[in-house]
Design a protein around this ligand. Structure first.
Ligand code: S3P
Length: 169
C-alpha cells in the first residue's frame, strides 16, 4: 500500500482523464504535475504517434520507462502515466517499490470509446474490437492499484475531490 511519499501515480486506460484530473489535483496539492506522454514528446521532439510510427512500440516502451524513472525523482508530484505504463511488469514493480500511491481512474469502455473517437493522437486506438481487447487485457493490472476512482460522467473537479478524500497526502 501507499506510504507517506508526496507522490501520486494516476493510471488507467486511454481517455479516462489522467491528464485532466492530474493537472487539477497537482494544483490543489501545490505539487508538480508531470504528464509522462508530454515529457516523452518533449524529449523526443515528436508526438507519441510519430514515435510509434518511426521507431515502433518497443522503442516507445524503453523511453517511457526512462521517463518514468526520471519523473519519480520530482517529488512532490502527481504523475499521469500513459495507458500502458503500469501494465509493463518492470514499471509496475518499480512503481510498487517507490511506495507511492497508485490511483486507477476507471470508466466504462463505451465512454472511453466515445472520448477517444475522432482523435488521431493515440496509436493504439485502432478499431473498436482491438480497443475492447486491450481494455480487457489491462484490467487485471489496473486492479492492482491502491485505489480505484470512477470518472464516468463526472466532472474532473469531482474526481479530484474524491482522490483528496482518500487520505492526507
Ligand atoms: C498508450 C496510451 C497513451 C500513450 C501511448 C500508449 C497505451 O497514453 O502512452 O499511445 O499503451 O495505452 P494515454 O493513456 O494518455 O492516451
Amino acid at each position: 500500500m501507499s506510504g507517506q511519499r508526496q507522490l501520486i501515480y494516476l493510471l488507467g486506460f486511454m481517455g479516462v482523464g489522467k491528464s485532466t484530473v492530474g493537472v487539477l489535483l497537482a494544483e490543489k496539492l501545490g505539487w508538480r504535475f508531470i504528464d509522462l506522454d508530454a515529457t516523452i514528446e518533449a524529449g523526443e521532439g515528436a508526438t507519441v504517434r510519430e514515435i510509434f510510427e518511426r521507431a515502433g512500440e518497443p522503442y516507445f516502451r524503453r523511453i517511457e520507462r526512462a521517463a518514468l524513472i526520471e519523473a519519480t525523482r520530482s517529488e512532490p508530484a502527481v504523475i499521469a502515466l500513459g495507458g500502458g505504463t503500469f501494465v509493463q511488469r518492470a514499471n509496475f514493480e518499480f512503481i510498487r517499490e517507490t511506495g507511492a500511491a497508485t490511483v486507477w481512474l476507471d470508466c466504462s469502455l463505451e465512454e472511453l470509446r466515445r472520448r477517444c473517437a475522432g482523435k488521431n493522437d493515440r496509436p493504439l486506438f485502432r478499431d473498436p474490437l482491438s480497443f475492447a481487447q486491450l481494455f480487457q487485457q489491462r484490467l487485471p493490472y489496473y486492479r492492482l492499484a491502491d485505489y480505484r476512482i470512477s470518472t464516468e460522467g463526472r466532472e474532473p473537479q469531482e474526481v479530484v475531490e474524491e482522490i483528496l478524500r482518500l487520505k492526507t497526502f
